[in-house]
Design a protein around this ligand. Structure first.
Ligand code: NAD
Length: 500
């Protein structure tokens, strides 16, 4: 049964209408066009926001530059900044229902999942609040008594943040509080499919005491809004999460003023299961790794690499356990998997499933579930997938896995690394030597052993190879938004002279 929407903060049938958020106020777009968002699980109109223009981006960047230069945020003490971030965290942890509902209405994801994601985002805000005070530089005192060198960490400047549709609040929480902790001001461009919670957050930030102009949101399409932000001469860093193809465009655009770029891109992540693993735990992990968030998970274990001796029992158990995954109404707390987020992605996944049918053996699934009333796709399992198959190479970003056999640990390492990506990986084994070797040899930003999508706010995440560069979360995240400045202090009475 669906939740009571009124009790969760947004009455059934209510259509939320937003403006941009610039310099502390809601603003309509200059140009006037709007984007309507329909719930992908039901087709219901749930919200609308402006389709921003270049002029809107320029206005927002101007506000962010002014707020950065007059020091209304970076000039506060770290403890004052930490107080504001902490207040946001408390709000996200205590008052999450409305945001969770909005997240599910706009993304189609299960409400049980959104109900985790908002407090989880709050935890990142909490960790970043601590980082505001922990950020520090360095000093050198080994140059004799008349000289000292200091290494300062200063905020890099106005930052642009561009986010995707799969985790609107979580991805923003991996970036925004760290940028604010460092003293930066920010312009965010959320995905055109899921901008609601980012705009709701603007109100929470205002109530928490963030000065006007420090956080700005311009909604709209990748081009022109994201493109303009990535090109803008007054933006000093762009943090982007999205596809590798768009990431490449962001890198090209950043050349305009040599801004720093942090990229969290796609993945074709290996999930390696050894014969000595706890099979129940491995099957459960493998299911979560492609069903969670309907497979729209950058860390999704989309290549399941299984030791040949247990292949048949693994696939049989996986098939049996998938029967227990409830798919359907995202607003029913019992639902495990909701809908696909948007029509282009839905069509892309179905196209890959058809390609897979020609490349490998279909174990289960294999199509859409139109009887559920929206963009639903069955969890789909392919086995005996050749290494050069399209479904073993390309990111599908949906509930589809390619199961691939291996014969030895070196074989497993070779297959795991046979990709241009390198975001995340999982290994299931009860042998410490196997776990250690895999952890050292797999090319990925994260290696999970006997667990999956285990992301406490303290630990950094990010990719290698075409999965991007830079890190989010942990102390590394806050450091991304700083520049190092060196100061050399010389006692003038003891200064060496050049001319004498
Ligand atoms: P996308 O690349 O299509 O869009 C991401 C964002 O970029 C959106 O806000 C979009 O409007 C914007 N954009 C589009 N064109 C742009 C341009 N020319 N310049 C600047 N911005 C532009 O990605 P998506 O479909 O929203 O998300 C899916 C992708 O994101 C997948 O590849 C997935 O792996 C990746 N992803 C990665 C992570 C991670 O942490 N590594 C997390 C989530 C999603």
């Amino acid at each position: 049964m669906s939740i009571d929407r009124t009790e969760w903060g947004v009455a059934e049938g209510y259509v939320r209408e937003y403006g941009h958020f610039i310099d502390g106020t809601d603003e309509p777009s200059i140009g006037g066009e709007r984007i309507e968002r329909h719930n992908p699980a039901s087709g219901e109109l749930v919200a609308s926001w402006p389709a921003g223009t270049i002029t809107d981006v320029d206005r927002a960047v101007k506000a962010a530059v002014r707020a950065f230069e007059d020091g209304r945020w970076s000039g506060l003490t770290a403890s004052q900044r930490s107080d504001v971030l902490g207040a946001v965290s408390r709000k996200l942890k205590s008052d999450w229902k409305r945001l969770a509902l909005i997240e599910s209405l706009e993304t189609g994801k299960a409400i049980s999942q959104s109900a985790d994601e908002i407090p989880w985002s709050g935890d990142m805000w909490d960790f970043a609040a601590g980082q505001a005070r922990a950020l520090h530089g360095d000093s050198y005192s080994g140059f004799g008594e008349s000289k000292l060198a200091l290494v300062l960490r200063e905020p890099i400047g106005p930052v642009g943040i561009i986010t995707p549709w799969n985790y609107p609040m979580v991805v923003l929480a991996q970036k925004l509080p760290y940028a604010l902790a460092a003293g930066c001001t920010v312009v965010v461009k959320p995905s055109e499919f899921t901008s609601g919670t980012t705009l709701e957050l603007a109100q929470i930030l205002r109530e928490a005491g963030l000065p006007d102009g420090v956080f700005n949101v311009v909604t709209g399409y990748g081009n022109p809004v994201g493109q303009r932000l990535a090109e803008h001469h007054d933006i000093r860093l762009v943090s982007f999460t999205g596809s590798t193809a768009t990431g490449r465009k962001v890198v090209e655009a950043s050349a305009s003023n040599m801004k720093k770029v942090v990229l969290e891109l796609g993945g074709k992540n290996p999930n390696v299961i050894f014969a000595d693993a706890d099979l129940d735990a491995a099957v459960d992990g493998a299911i979560k790794a492609f069903v969670y968030n309907s497979g729209a998970e950058c860390c999704s274990g989309s290549r399941v690499i299984v030791e040949r001796s247990i292949m048949d029992s693994f696939v049989a158990k996986l098939d049996e356990r998938l029967d227990t995954v409830s798919i359907g109404d995202p607003l029913d707390p019992a639902t495990k998997m909701g809908s696909i987020n948007n029509k282009p992605q839905y069509e892309k996944i179905l196209k890959y499933i058809e390609i897979g049918k020609d490349e490998a053996t279909l174990v289960r699934g294999g199509g859409a579930s139109p009887q559920l009333g929206g963009l639903f796709i069955e969890p789909t399992v392919f086995k005996d997938v050749p290494l050069d198959a399209t479904i073993a190479k390309e990111e599908i970003f949906g509930p589809v896995i390619a199961v691939i056999p291996f014969d030895s640990i070196d074989d497993a390492i070779h297959i795991a690394n046979d990709t241009e990506y390198g975001l995340a990986s999982s290994v299931w084994t009860s042998d410490l030597a196997t776990a250690t070797k895999m952890a050292r040899k797999v090319n990925a930003g994260v290696v999970w052993v006997n667990t999956f999508l285990d992301l406490p706010s303290e630990i950094p995440v990010g990719g290698v190879r075409q999965s991007g560069y830079g890190r989010e979360n942990g102390r590394y995240a806050a450091e991304e938004y700083t520049v190092v400045k060196t100061v050399v202090l010389q006692d003038p009475s003891a200064a060496p002279r050049y001319l004498v």
